[in-house]
Ligand binder design. Structure first.
Ligand code: ZN
Length: 222
């Protein structure tokens, strides 16, 4: 089984990816990388490390990008900003310019040094905020760029690409980790793990998806 490196934040999306990778390849073939880039909540990095340990991944690495805040400004890196979307803005002010490009490239450099050519990231373009670096064309383009840049064959997996939050919860349930993901992961912009603050856009999206999934599960199948 080929080893795989999962770009892992300890949130719902990347934890669902992690569990899928472990189910398919075994924890001994799954590696994780977490980026500490000045995000609002340092807890996110600690939680990612703890989940990686609990899941017995083959290795876990935290990479610090401590200069990100010096070159760009947004609500995710600046806790004094109120999270929201300006009128006519294409996406909310939590968008971090170039983040997925930077993370995927950095992860690929690290992966190649370990002889790993499969990468996984938990982006989705359904149900989300319209971030450009979560769309399928970007992921395909980034995969091609990595191969050209390093003259090798990476495969960049984005298994949540076309899943809504409801479908993502269904996947977690099929993987037998719905409760684990519900209680253990951190998606909330206020930094509260599990069900979170319940009020921020991220919590609302997560909760609405879970509610829709649990309701559909209770409905008798036709
Ligand atoms: Zn929240």
């Amino acid at each position: 089984m080929n080893p795989i490196l999962v770009i892992f934040s300890g949130g719902q999306d990347s934890t669902t990816c992690l569990m899928k990778a472990i189910a398919e390849r075994g924890a001994e073939n799954v590696h994780t990388v977490t980026f500490s880039y000045g995000q609002r909540h340092a807890l996110e990095v600690q939680l990612a490390e703890a989940i990686a340990r609990e899941q017995h991944v083959a290795s876990h690495k935290t990479i610090t990008v401590d200069w990100y805040r010096d070159i760009t400004h947004n609500a995710l890196l600046d806790p004094s900003m109120t999270i929201g979307r300006a009128e006519n803005a294409p996406f909310p002010n939590t968008f971090v310019e170039g983040r997925n490009a930077l993370f995927i490239l950095t992860a690929a450099i690290y992966a190649k040094s370990k002889g790993i050519y499969d990468l996984m990231i938990g982006v989705s373009d359904a149900d989300y905020s319209g971030y450009p670096d979560c769309r399928a064309p970007f992921i395909r383009s980034m995969n091609a760029t990595l191969n050209l840049a390093m003259d090798c064959t990476f495969t960049l997996y984005a298994p949540l690409q076309h899943l809504t939050k409801e479908q993502e919860w269904a996947l977690a349930d099929r993987l037998g980790c719905l409760e684990y993901i519900r209680t253990r992961t951190l998606t909330c912009y206020e930094g509260i793990p599990g069900d979170g603050c319940g009020k921020c856009p991220s919590c609302k999206l997560r909760a609405a998806g879970l509610k829709a999934y649990l309701e559909s599960k209770q409905r008798p199948q036709a």
